[in-house]
Design a protein around this ligand. Structure first.
Ligand SMILES: *Cc1c(COP(=O)(O)O)cnc(C)c1O
Length: 410
């Protein structure tokens, strides 16, 4: 069973900081550090985290969010989410350990990896993480052996109509024709299949995909009932949400589909959960990078910055197509200023490594900048630092995070 996870208390929505406030905060960090050559750093605004949870609860009060840890496991961010009472989607022993170490009870964790190492299954049993996903007979055998009391969600592959940047169907989810044999295998092994999970794809754009997915889940609930399995009672609608104006659209698609296919909803004991990653992690993080080098070639200005594709920006090209980058001119001596109103020209921005693919921006309008000026990238929390590595000795793991509270930024 999934335990109670979500906040009941209604807080006043925190106001998101304006970009100007954040920039002012970043200026103060740069000035306070007074380092000759300062590396890249993140700012995490905890006020934004709180307001995102308010937005979620306002739009989808019936759906408990289990934050997908892989999206950004920054310790301060996870701590804030834990304090706010969300659940967590963990995919490995280490992720479970991290969440438990924050004092989160194991019933606020879903072990949402359909193919787990045996030792991780054993660990889940030991620490009392009692909800996981599966989509193969092999996984059922593993669970039967090491964690037979675990409640199971059958991950189903859903029609890939979300237009998402990243689809999961080639790797995850039972095909329609596999559903009956899998349910029968679980039944024969006396394992508890308590519900269904799916993922419409990360950074989805067409939310009618939720309707098709929720219909597929309803069909699976019915199939289980026909096979004589105990009534399913958990529906996990996965991730795929983005923050911003698209969220209300996604939430209403979910609500319409739930009304249509699960009309009795929670009144008959149905529990609704989701595994949003990007929705919570993207907006609260801002990345500040500084300029290491410059070249002018064919009248195009080319800049090198101190983070790039092997670090926080591995997905920037295709995952962050609305890159928002604020340049800051650094005159030293307490003088870091915005470049508002300056003339811009199409520029190229390279990352610091010797990989030619380490190109961050092309044909991007920037003013004339110099070494030690700054480029600040907004909405940089989702699948950024968590995917970075230490290639060429530029250490993503060493990028510090400064905390802001937008309630308190002034
Ligand atoms: C990655 C992942 C998520 C989070 O997806 P977002 O698109 O970031 O919301 C949720 N559930 C599972 C099983 C995942 O693998």
């Amino acid at each position: 069973m999934v335990g109670p996870a979500i906040v009941t208390e209604k807080r006043v929505a925190a106001t998101s900081p304006s970009k100007d406030e954040l920039i002012a905060f970043i200026q103060s960090v740069i000035l306070n550090e007074q380092q000759e050559e300062m590396g890249p750093f993140y700012v995490l605004d905890l006020g934004v985290v709180r307001s995102l949870l308010d937005t979620w609860t306002f739009n989808l009060p019936m759906v408990q969010p289990f934050y997908a840890v892989k999206c950004n496991p920054d310790p301060a961010f996870l701590k804030e989410m834990a304090a706010l009472g969300t659940g967590f989607d963990c995919a490995s022993r280490a992720e479970i350990q991290t969440i438990l170490s924050l004092g989160v009870s194991p019933d606020r964790i879903v072990f949402a990896n359909t193919c787990k190492p045996e030792s991780h299954v054993k660990y889940a049993a030991k620490v009392g993480v009692n909800l996981t996903t599966f989509d193969s007979v092999c996984e059922l055998e593993k669970i039967k052996k090491w964690h037979p009391k675990c409640a199971l969600l059958m991950r189903i592959k859903v029609p890939e109509t979300s237009g998402a940047a990243f689809l999961f169907g080639s790797k995850f989810g039972a095909l329609p024709e596999e559903i009956v044999p899998l349910l029968q295998a679980a039944q024969a092994a006396e394992l508890k299949v308590v519900g269904v999970s799916f993922h419409i794809g990360s950074r989805a754009i067409n939310y009618h995909a939720f309707e098709e997915a929720i219909l597929a889940a309803k069909t699976t609930f019915e199939t289980a009932a026909q096979l004589g399995l105990p009534k399913m009672h958990i529906l996990n609608i996965g991730g795929g949400f983005t923050s911003g104006p698209k969220f209300t659209e996604a939430a209403s698609a979910v609500k319409v589909a739930l009304k249509k296919y699960f009309p009795t909803g929670p009144t008959t004991g149905l529990k609704l959960m989701a595994e949003p990653g990007r929705f919570f992690a993207n907006e609260p993080f801002t990345l500040a990078t500084s300029i290491l080098g410059k070249r002018i070639r064919n009248e195009i200005k080319e800049y090198w910055i101190n983070d790039g594709m092997s670090g926080s920006m591995n997905y920037l090209k295709y995952d962050h197509d609305d890159v928002i980058c604020t340049p800051l001119a650094n005159f030293g001596n307490n003088d870091v200023i915005t470049c508002k109103g300056l003339e811009t020209s199409d520029s190229t921005v390279f990352g610091p490594t010797c990989d030619p693919a380490d190109t961050v921006l092309e044909v991007y309008p920037l003013p004339d900048l110099q070494v030690n000026d700054w480029l600040v990238f907004h909405n940089m929390g989702a699948y950024t630092s968590s995917r970075g590595n230490d290639f060429n000795g530029f250490k993503t793991s060493a990028i510090p995070t400064y905390l802001a509270n937008s309630d308190k930024i002034s």
